[in-house]
Write a protein that binds this ligand. Structure first.
Ligand code: LLP
Length: 447
């Protein structure tokens, strides 16, 4: 029996009512690796990476144009994930020195890596040049000057894209929209800063200006927003050609494709995104003239998110009366805001299901909460769970593969969960659970 569309593709419910994923029963996973546990459906994640690669290659290929897909590793990264992405012929976007090292550790060639960040350190810039990353996306005039100086000092030339703020406002929560004017990222198209930065890079001896980059935000459903941003970017490229006489070879249109978190949620599929964006770029090239650029995109959430779920063990179940009448069932699990920061940070919506058995009890209006010392510690705000949900049940929360483990904390000195990949009946650790020894290793004990 299949479960709701929001779970990853290999999730099934067996005759006895328990879920399995990648051919492995969740009860076995919980027993072997403990809970909370992040479970990644490897086949699903790799298929999503391949879907972006194939859809964009086909849609842009119709116009004779090339596209590279950079997996935005901030969504979820381990060195084995870097290995998978390489095997799927993807490149990788990293946003810090740490992400860079994990990508390299997994065998991602430096030439396939793009380094991001609005405030990269000298050490990060130096290391990127030392290993030979394919591109550094510069975000400010300070960075252009710093990078130019470091590259010249090292006797090398830095391959650069300039991050452009296009003014297209898109994305779910304010904290994840990135291309409106009043925020920290990029150089403004409207105010002329982007153009000025391009000229500076073009003139800098230590910089090889490869093109322009934009990222308009995250969890975006609107194809029109992506299209508008593509048009503005090609307009900038045309203006640069007109004034400086150079056709910038590369244009990166960023990530941000929305995924479904709940059964009533919506998504922007790679197929629809590819077709719509190729159309917009074709129209813009037609309008402004010049050659087609080499394009790239940077999906993160849409590759990792739907492929992951979190398994929790139910501890305490409480019923409280509501002012408006009726009651709410509070289901407390053995994790919470330390393993899923998204509910409290962005008021993100999730769903949940009892994963270890089938119940024929009446559904009860429920809230899944964690074990932390604050009332905002909510994993799923509203969900129907069986009235007989009880201590010992396993609960599965789907679509937690992106921005879950990577944003986890040790709040209340909890031990961050492991991440396990499942495939064809086998389970393999990607990230091990924190241990008490880990906690002690960063605590400096009294003499
Ligand atoms: N490229 C750049 C330059 C980015 O800054 C990001 C995300 C991406 C690509 C990937 O975006 P995606 O395809 O994953 O939406 N913690 C937030 C999301 C922050 C996104 C930051 N940048 C969340 O949990 O919703």
């Amino acid at each position: 029996m299949m479960t709701a569309a929001v779970f990853s593709r290999t999730v099934t419910r067996g005759e006895d009512g328990a879920l399995s994923v990648g051919g492995v029963d969740v009860r076995e996973l919980a027993g072997r690796f403990g809970t909370p546990l992040y479970v990644v459906d490897e086949e699903d994640m790799r298929a999503r990476a391949a879907a972006f690669r194939d859809s964009f290659t086909t849609a842009f290929g119709r116009h004779g144009a090339k596209v590279d897909v950079y997996y935005a590793s901030k969504a979820f990264l381990s060195s084995k994930v870097a290995r998978w992405m390489r095997a799927e012929d993807l490149c990788m976007d990293v946003a810090s020195g740490g992400e860079l090292e994990l990508a390299l550790r997994g065998g991602m060639p430096a030439s396939h890596i793009g380094l991001h960040g609005n405030n990269k350190s000298d050490a990060e810039l130096r290391r990127a040049l030392e290993v030979g990353v394919g591109r550094i996306i510069v975000d400010s005039f300070t960075e252009i000057e710093t990078l130019d100086a470091i590259a010249r000092e090292m006797g090398t030339v830095a391959p650069v894209l300039v991050r452009v703020t296009t003014g297209v406002h898109a994305g779910g929560h304010e904290y994840i929209a990135t291309s409106h004017e009043d925020q920290k990222f990029g150089l403004s198209l409207a105010a002329g800063a982007a153009f000025e930065a391009l000229v500076e890079c073009h003139d800098a001896e230590g910089i090889d200006l490869r093109g322009i980059h934009t990222h308009i935000g995250s969890q975006i459903l609107s194809l029109a927003a992506f299209q508008e941003s593509a048009e503005r970017m090609l307009g900038l490229r045309a203006a640069f050609r007109a004034e400086v006489g150079v056709d910038l070879p590369e244009v990166d249109l960023g990530g941000g494709y929305a995924i479904r978190y709940t059964p009533h949620g919506e998504e922007l599929t790679p197929q629809d995104a590819a077709a719509g964006m190729a159309e917009a770029v074709a129209a813009a090239v037609e309008k402004v003239g010049g050659s087609w650029p080499h394009l790239s995109i940077e999906p993160g959430r849409a590759i990792a998110g739907p492929a992951g779920m979190t398994l929790y063990r139910v501890g305490v179940v409480k019923r409280v009366d509501l002012d408006e009448g009726g009651e709410r069932q509070y289901v407390a699990v053995d994790g919470g805001m330390s393993d899923n920061m998204r509910t409290i940070t962005y008021e993100a919506e999730y769903t949940a299901t009892v994963a270890s058995r089938l119940s024929d009890a009446e559904p009860a209006l429920s809230r899944v909460v964690g074990k932390h010392c604050e009332s905002g510690d909510i994993v799923v705000r509203d969900v129907d769970l069986p009235h007989d949900t009880a201590r010992g049940d396993l609960l599965a929360v789907p679509a937690t593969g992106a921005y879950g483990r990577v944003m986890a904390s040790n709040y209340n000195s909890v031990l961050r969960p492991a991440v396990v990949a499942v495939r064809d009946g086998e389970a393999e650790l990607l990230v091990r659970r924190d241990t008490l020894e880990d906690l002690f290793s960063w605590d400096v004990a009294p003499d």
